[in-house]
Ligand binder design. Sequence first.
Ligand SMILES: Cc1cc2nc3c(=O)[nH]c(=O)nc-3n(C[C@H](O)[C@H](O)[C@H](O)COP(=O)(O)O)c2cc1C
Length: 468
Amino acid sequence: MKLLTPVTLGKLKLRNRVIMAPMTRNRADAAGVVGDITVRYYAERATAGLILTEATTISADAKGYPMTPGIWTTAQVEAWRRVTSAVHTAGGTIVMQLWHTGRVGHSAVREGRLPVAPSAVAIQGQQHFTPTGLQDYEVPRPLTTEEVRATVDDFELGAKNAKLAGFDGVELHGAFGYLPHQFLVDSANQRTDAYGGSIENRARFVLEVMDRLVGVWGEGRVGIRLSPTLAYNTMIDSDPLATFSYLIGKLSDLPLAYLHLMRATPDATRFPHWPQDAIATFGALFRGNLIVNGGYDRASAEAAVASGVAQAVSFGAPFIANPDLVQRLATDAPLAQADRNTFYGGGERGYIDYPALVAPDTAVAKGYWLVLASVSNPAQFGAYTAVAGPVLASYGGRVLARGDVGEVVEGALQGRPYFVEFPSYAAARACFDSAAYQDAIALRAAAAKFSIVVVEGMAAAGSMGGRG
Ligand SMILES: Cc1cc2nc3c(=O)[nH]c(=O)nc-3n(C[C@H](O)[C@H](O)[C@H](O)COP(=O)(O)O)c2cc1C
C-alpha cells in the first residue's frame, strides 16, 4: 500500500503516510502541564508516520477549555520534552499544534476573563464545555490592534518553546473556528483596522503568524491546518472560495512542510455557493504537500495517496482506540471503536488502556510474514543476531537479509531493518510475544534500540521487492 510507504514533507522524513490527527484529550493538569499518561499515550502511537499533538495553548489568554496543555511556561516545556523524547526513542516524529481559542472559550475556564476575538460577535446556536456544564457563549472582548500584534508574538514564543521541548516542527491550528480562523471569515471579523475588512486584511493575522513560525523553525518544519468549508463555531464566510484561495496562494509562497486540509461537506441547502469538495477545490491550490483529514478509512486513505491527491492522510478517532493503527492498516485487521465518553477529560481509562492487537485475525493471516526489526545502531546487528537468532529459529523464523534492503521495501521502519521470514503470522506474533524474545531484546536494549512491526510478506521466500 502506498499509504505505508515513507514520505518526506519538507524536512520531516516520515516512515509512512498515516498521520495521527491532533486531538484534545483534556488530560493535562490545571497548570497546563502534561503528565506520565500523556508520555505513554503518544509513545504508544509512535508508529504513525507523524504525530500531531493535541492543540496546545500559546498563552494563558489563549485558553478556552479546562485541562488543556500549554507551551508558555517552563514546567509545560519540560513536560513536553518527556513526550518528544519518548516518541523519538520509539522512532517516531512529532509536531506540536499551536492553539489560540479566541472566542471559543468561556469566562468560567478563564479565571473570570471574557474570551477575546477579532470582534465582539458571539458564537450562535452552540454551547461551551465548562467545569460547571454546558454554557451559552458570551460576547467576546475585541482585541486592540496592539493586542493582535502581541498575540502574534505569543505564537512566536510558542514556536520557540516547542523547539526547546524537542519537537520536530509546529502546526498552526487555523481550523475549526479558533482565533486564526476567526480573523479569516467575515462573519466573525468585523474589524476596521489593518486586520479586518478586505480579504488581504483578514488574512494578515494568519500570514504574520506563519511568517514568525517559519522564522523560528526555518524551511520545511511548519504546517498549517485549515477547514475552509466547516461552518462549526459559526464560521460563515460570505465567499470561502475567494478568502481561502487568496490565503492558500500566499501560503504556497512560504517554505512550509505541508497544508493539513479538512474535508467537510457543507450543508448545500444553507450554503449553496460554497465549494462542496474542499479537498478538490482548495487542495489543488496549494503548491506543496497536502495532508487530508476527515472520516478516512483504509480504502479511501489509500485512494487519496495512490491518486496523488494527497501525500498523507491524518486519522483522528481511529488513533484513540487503536494505538497500533498503522499495523492494523498494514494487515487489514479490524479497528476497535473509541468510547466517546472518555474523549475529553479523565485519566487512564479511554486513554492508555486500548490494547494493541495481540492475536492475529486468522482471516488475514495468509502467505508468508516478515518481521522488521529496526535497529538504531547498525553495529548492533551482529549482537542482535547472536542473542535473538536462536529464539527466532525456534519459531521457524529464517533471516533473509539485513541492512540497506530497507530502502527497497515499502513501509520499512526507520533505521536499518532486519528481515525475518516466518511460516505464518501467528508464528511471528508468538515469537515476538514470547518471554524468550523479549528477554533477548532487553539484553541488547542498553546498546541498541528496537522497534518491531509484523507485516505481510512476499509469497516467495527471499524476495524483497515490496508488498501489496
Ligand atoms: C477527541 C477529539 C479531539 C480533537 N481535538 C482536536 C484538536 O485539538 N485540534 C484539531 O485540529 N482537531 C481536533 N480534532 C479533530 C481531529 O483532528 C479530526 O479532524 C477529526 O477527528 C476527523 O478525523 P477522523 O474522521 O479521522 O476522526 C479532535 C477530534 C476528536 C475526536
